[in-house]
Design a protein around this ligand. Structure first.
Ligand SMILES: NC(=O)c1ccc[n+]([C@@H]2O[C@H](COP(=O)([O-])OP(=O)(O)OC[C@H]3O[C@@H](n4cnc5c(N)ncnc54)[C@H](O)[C@@H]3O)[C@@H](O)[C@H]2O)c1
Ligand SMILES: [Zn+2]
Length: 390
């Protein structure tokens, strides 16, 4: 037998800026043409989603002008490729092939770059195509939603949906860099702007009580979606997420523990039950609320702390109930409960649910009592109907 170890240490970099393609902006050039590397022209393929191209004035022209001004050190292999974004793009395998074709036609190799500009869904799609072409091409992610700037976009996963299952095909691949350009957020509708804040609350609840207290102090400004506080929350959230990935001991998720999935087992199911009418952030707010109520009914979280957290979620502007939670199958069983089985399957057979026992403190449980989950949902429903009673 021969046994050795493969060790790899990769930088995971997230930059924060505004106007990355403004004339003279040096950030991207410094990143793509590092001084310690041989100065030869690098080839670059840029992929943008239409919502971003339409929402940012002259974005495609600006990108081309920016590359044209790089003294031949960077070559844009074609005008930016505009590819549909949002969840449907992860359901269309032809888009993967279209991206591979663009990578091939553009002569993009392992010393070239793919830049993906869009929401988390587009980043997952382009990330997958880039990670699999030539066994991995350098990818620069430019997330354009609050959710992806603070959460998914700064992670190391990619993937598309297959067999009608989310993220069934995909890889773990550390991006060459992530650039969070706050200007991209300016074209986001306010519900989508708010959505990203939920992942910050989530990460504060599982990891960082001081951050939770700061969120409480800034709740009103967050509710009003004030720009400085929104940028602050994205930066803090991205920092805590990358810290979790890089220092949490399991960046490629070999184990079953998924603290960052707090509140997500209900959320994923609810998104699906609502036919994706409910956005991810809004679904996570409801999923977290239900699991907080569950923890309090199970005697693991003080009622006062539960109410404190629920009220922060509401102050930020999240509603903690949706009638699709009431949907039942022919036998009368709540459909949302199937989310537990799907989550177990997603984890590879061993259920591991993160529950919060106080702001900043999380525990893992390996079973959930279905009757208590139903009771938690009923509690939330009653609260929604008569909030003053609780
Ligand atoms: N890879 C990971 O680690 C990871 C983690 C969490 C979530 N995700 C994935 O991320 C996806 C969700 O990402 P999301 O929340 O960013 O949503 P999204 O990508 O679906 O985007 C939401 C909507 O906003 C539009 N949009 C994006 N940027 C815009 C802008 N600047 N202006 C106007 N419209 C804009 C999109 O076209 C879409 O309609 C899911 O597919 C989820 O599975 C991945
Ligand atoms: Zn999430």
């Amino acid at each position: 037998m021969i046994e050795r170890r493969v060790s790899l240490s990769l930088p995971h970099r997230v930059f924060f800026t505004e106007g990355v393609f403004d004339a003279g902006q040096p950030l991207l050039r410094g990143l793509l043409c590092p001084l310690n590397e041989k100065q030869r022209s690098r080839r670059v393929l840029v992929v943008v989603e239409p919502a971003v191209a339409a929402g940012q004035e002259l974005l495609l022209e600006k990108i081309q002008a920016w590359f044209a001004a790089q003294d031949g050190l960077l070559t844009l292999v074609s005008p930016p490729l505009v590819i549909e974004g949002g969840e449907p793009c992860k359901n269309d395998w032809r888009l993967v092939e279209k991206l591979w074709a663009a990578i091939n036609d553009g002569g993009i190799d392992r010393h070239s770059y793919v830049i993906a500009i869009g929401g988390g869904a587009l980043l997952d799609l382009v990330g997958f195509a880039a990670a699999t072409a030539h066994r991995g091409i350098r990818l620069i992610r430019m997330p354009t939603t609050t959710l992806s700037q603070g959460d998914g976009g700064v992670g190391v996963k990619n993937g598309v949906n297959h067999f009608q299952k989310k993220n069934w095909v995909g890889t773990f691949a550390v991006p060459f860099a992530v650039i969070n350009d706050f200007r991209f957020l300016e074209s986001l509708p306010s519900a989508d702007l708010r959505d990203g804040i939920i992942e910050a609350v989530k990460v504060s609840l599982i990891r960082d009580e001081a951050f939770f207290q700061e969120l409480e102090a800034k709740a009103e400004a967050l509710g009003r979606l004030e720009k400085p506080v929104l940028h602050w929350v994205i930066e803090r959230s991205a920092d805590l997420h990358t810290a979790h990935i890089c220092t949490g001991g399991d960046p490629f998720e070999f184990g079953s523990a998924r603290p960052l999935d707090f509140g997500h087992w209900i959320a994923h199911k609810l998104e699906q039950l609502s036919n994706f009418r409910i956005g991810h952030g809004r679904a996570v707010a409801i999923g977290m609320a239900a699991d907080l109520v569950y923890a309090s009914l199970a005697g693991m979280l003080e009622e006062g702390q539960r109410d404190r957290i629920l009220s922060l979620l509401e102050q930020i502007g999240f509603r903690l109930w949706d009638d699709d939670l009431l949907r039942a199958d022919a036998s009368g069983k709540l459909e949302v409960l199937r989310g537990l089985e799907e989550f177990r399957e997603h984890l590879g057979g061993d259920l591991c649910i993160t529950l919060v026992t106080a702001p900043g403190q999380a525990v893992e449980v390996h079973e959930m009592d279905a009757a208590l989950v139903e009771q938690s949902l009923a509690w939330l429903h009653a609260r929604e109907s008569a909030p003053a009673l609780n």
